[in-house]
Write a protein of this length. Structure first.
Length: 383
């Protein structure tokens, strides 16, 4: 699907690119369980790590290190702002019509980010050290409000102190704040914004981010993995849902309904899944202008903490698309997860052969139905 046809986006996350490999010191002696030498999963081999799942084991992803570098990147705050051309046009139009300068172009004054794809806050992490560099910002604030969301939390937590240029912030973690073992992408997230009295309305430019993790806890023994494909199961229904949607846009205002779809709690894409089959269909009740519309789906698997992909449909017609998505071990959910990391963002847009008048008001509503079925990999022998 060509990106410039996504004129009716109903939801779009901020997906930043980049990946950092966390370096390790020389591996030390393996940990021991109460019954003697433990079965060690060090995270280097997905298939081997899952093969120890039928017995108690230890997830020692530290491989003997006490410190890992989780992130060392420079992030552009521009990725968090709305389209500049549209913002400038809207500002000029509002100023001309009302005679008043409207609110700032950018709704979000700060920057949100996650760790690079494949980088986790390991089990056993007791402290994070975050350093932020302001040199790349066009206007450096006196300080930043700092927020963080651990893997075990749904909401952001505000740090008690203001972050200043180059001075580290130390976060003390409980054992449960780490990412779940066998996760393919972190569930941690971070957010900063200028302090209210800093004289800087919003961040503009580049922010240097350095995050290190420190081991402070002994790693606990892990239980055996549940076998989701027991009793000869070859396929499982993960989701079947129908919802109404509405999208309205005028020259100055957009009203939309969030269209991020997730599997129900307790439903996973488990290890051993070879194919995910999905059906997306839609019915349009209202369309202004009266042109044909279609839907697209952005998919984020368990290994995508930042970016997503638009899977190509195996079949499609005027009101539906059928997807057959190959799944490997790097894409599946952790066997310990109770909430799937998979997400799907749905978009409504004019069909490729439809012509929409520029700046014309839009009003599109209807219903969509999505269904997902996981199929077992024939070569999977269980955990």
């Amino acid at each position: 699907m060509r990106p410039f046809f996504l004129v009716g986006v109903l939801v779009l996350g901020i997906l930043l690119s980049g990946c950092t490999e966390a370096p390790h010191d020389t591996p030390g002696e393996p940990l021991e369980t109460e019954s003697g030498e433990a079965v060690i999963d060090d995270g280097t081999d997905l298939e081997k790590g899952l093969s120890v799942g039928a017995q108690p084991h230890v997830h020692d992803y530290w491989r003997g290190a006490d410190t890992v570098i989780l992130m060392d990147e420079t992030l552009s705050t521009g990725a968090a702002h709305e389209n500049l051309f549209r913002g400038v046009f809207m500002t000029m139009a509002r100023t001309f019509i009302t005679g008043q300068v409207p609110d700032p172009l950018y709704e979000d004054p700060g920057l949100r980010w996650t760790l690079p794809d494949g980088v986790l806050v390991y089990e056993g992490t007791g402290e994070l050290r975050i350093e932020l560099g302001f040199d790349g910002l066009k206007e450096a604030p006196e300080g930043l409000r700092f927020y963080y969301k651990p893997a075990s939390q749904k909401e952001f937590i505000e740090h008690e102190s203001v972050v200043v240029d180059g001075e580290p912030v130390l976060l003390n973690l409980s054992y449960e704040m780490a990412d779940i073992p066998h996760s393919q992408a972190t569930r941690w997230a971070f957010y900063v914004r200028p302090v209210d009295d800093s004289g800087v309305a919003r961040l503009d430019g580049d922010l240097a981010v350095h995050i290190a993790g420190f081991k402070r806890f002994d790693i606990e023994n892990a239980p055996a993995h549940p076998d989701h494909w027991a009793n000869g199961t070859e396929e499982m229904l993960l989701m079947e849902d129908t919802r109404a949607f509405s999208y309205k846009r005028t020259l100055f205002q957009t009203e939309e309904v969030e269209m991020t779809v997730r599997f129900p709690k307790g439903v996973m894409v488990p290890p051993g899944t070879g194919t995910l089959e999905m059906w997306l269909s839609w019915e349009i009740d209202t369309a202004i202008p009266p042109i044909d519309h279609e839907m697209a789906m952005l998919m984020r698997t368990a290994s995508d903490s930042r970016r997503g992909t638009f899977p190509e449909p195996a079949e499609e017609d005027a009101g539906s698309k059928h997807f057959v998505i190959p799944v490997d071990l790097s894409m599946v959910d952790s066997p310990y997860a109770d909430v799937s990391a998979w997400e799907f963002d749905l978009f409504i847009m004019p069909s490729e052969d439809a012509m929409r008048p520029l700046f014309f008001a839009e009003d599109v509503s209807g219903t969509w139905t999505i269904k997902a079925v996981a199929h077992k990999d024939p070569s999977w022998v269980g955990e």
